[in-house]
Design a protein around this ligand. Structure first.
Ligand SMILES: NC(=O)c1ccc[n+]([C@@H]2O[C@H](COP(=O)([O-])OP(=O)(O)OC[C@H]3O[C@@H](n4cnc5c(N)ncnc54)[C@H](O)[C@@H]3O)[C@@H](O)[C@H]2O)c1
Length: 367
């Protein structure tokens, strides 16, 4: 199959769907890999690195879309890309179609075979989303430590303290992938860490995995209020799959935090779990102050580290992309294996129930 990797054109997007090493994996299986000129630049990957591993560099997106049978990219097509897509072409990317009716309409009209990273679920987790949560979680603590510094607007606390001076209190709401990774980095930096979750099994796992180094608390308003009042860094990492994040930390609770302490609400992309984190911020203007507390609410935290994000994303998507290239979409549909969950639109029809419901469209089945 001819695989095409375009340069991402969404504003602020510096990732690319493939790494140089992954090109070899396709080439060794008899596929051809076309990469648009400069596609890796934002992630620090030069064209000649891709060429070295067997890719052909294509000068324009137009040529790439004309020649490729399968488009392998990071984000959903942007308006400038709509007309480049062709009937029968496979598209493999983050699509988030439930929230993007216009993109869904274009993919239906163009009869593109559209497979979304985020609708493939394995053992209750979303393997192609997990690496971004790992990155956002680890970054959350690093970001918090940065903004706790006086010159960055914080109270002036070193996360790990020093001998004779207590470390910072880091409180994490939600102990899933983001929460666990945030907690690990905070513990590694020497902070005192509390994770709050309403899943007792999860708390048991975190307790065992961290040998009692971590404090765990069951999620209820009383426990949250007490933990928040003593927090130097509060991290929001709650998720209700498919729904808006519940507000767990109220405005009244935030008022009990000391001035100069920091909130990083990672869950802001799903609405946020801290009442005062009521708007998203950007990498260029990442914080604002509310009741003396510094709030950070960037919705694409992994965008700050595109090189790490590109490699982490490719590690997660590559096995599925190779399967898709080897088998083609028809066989993926017929076999009804794990990857078939990724098919959102095919032959002009929506075949993913959640997407169809969100867009008030009929849902066809893969048969
Ligand atoms: N801002 C960003 O750049 C970015 C990047 C990645 C993920 N996220 C977001 O981070 C959030 C967490 O993602 P994740 O991958 O860790 O999800 P996850 O499903 O792995 O973890 C969510 C956790 O929240 C817990 N939870 C649910 N309801 C709760 C409640 N009432 N009280 C306490 N805990 C509760 C769940 O038990 C689970 O452990 C999501 O909103 C996700 O969209 C944001």
């Amino acid at each position: 199959m001819i695989i095409g990797i375009p340069k991402e054109i969404m504003s602020g997007e510096n990732r690319v769907a493939i790494t140089p090493g992954a090109v070899t994996a396709f080439v060794n299986r008899g596929h051809r890999v076309l990469i648009e000129r400069g596609a890796g630049k934002g992630s620090g990957i030069e064209d000649d690195e891709f060429q070295h591993f067997g890719a052909e560099i294509v000068p324009t997106a137009k040529e790439l879309y004309e020649r490729a049978e399968m488009i392998y990219k990071v984000k959903e097509p942007q308006p400038e890309e709509y007309d480049l897509l062709r009937e029968g072409q496979i598209l493999f990317a983050y699509l988030h179609l439930a929230a993007k009716p216009e993109v869904a309409r274009v993919l239906m009209e163009k009869k593109v075979a559209a497979l979304a990273y985020e609708t493939v679920v394995v053992n209750g987790t979303i393997p192609m989303l997990a690496p971004m949560s790992e990155i956002a979680g680890r970054m959350a603590t690093q970001i918090g430590a940065h903004f706790l510094e006086k010159s960055n607007g914080g109270i002036g606390i070193l996360l790990g303290g020093v001998p004779g001076v207590t470390p910072a209190n880091v409180v994490v709401l939600g102990g899933g992938i983001v929460g666990m990774n945030a907690a690990r980095v905070a513990m590694g930096m020497g902070a005192t860490v509390t994770v709050i979750d309403n899943n007792i099994q999860r708390l048991r796992y975190l307790d065992e995995a961290n040998g009692g180094r971590l404090l765990t608390l069951y999620s209820n308003p009383e426990n949250i209020a007490r933990a928040v009042a003593g927090a130097d860094l509060l991290i929001g990492a709650v998720l209700i799959p498919g729904g808006r994040t519940p507000i767990l930390c109220t405005k009244e609770m935030v008022k009990t935090m000391r001035p100069g302490t920091v909130i990083v609400d990672v869950a802001i992309d799903q609405g946020g779990c801290i009442e005062t984190a009521d708007r998203t911020t950007s990498h260029s203007a990442p914080t604002y102050e509310r009741y003396g507390v510094l709030h950070y609410a960037v919705s694409n935290i992994p965008g700050a580290v595109p090189r790490t994000s590109t490699y982490a994303l490719n590690n997660a998507t590559l096995p599925f992309a190779l399967e898709l290239a080897d088998k083609g979409c028809a066989r993926i549909m017929a076999e009804k294996g794990t990857l078939s969950q990724g098919i959102n639109i095919i032959n002009g029809k929506v075949v993913n129930r959640a997407v169809a419901e969100a867009l008030s469209l009929d849902c066809d089945n893969l048969d």
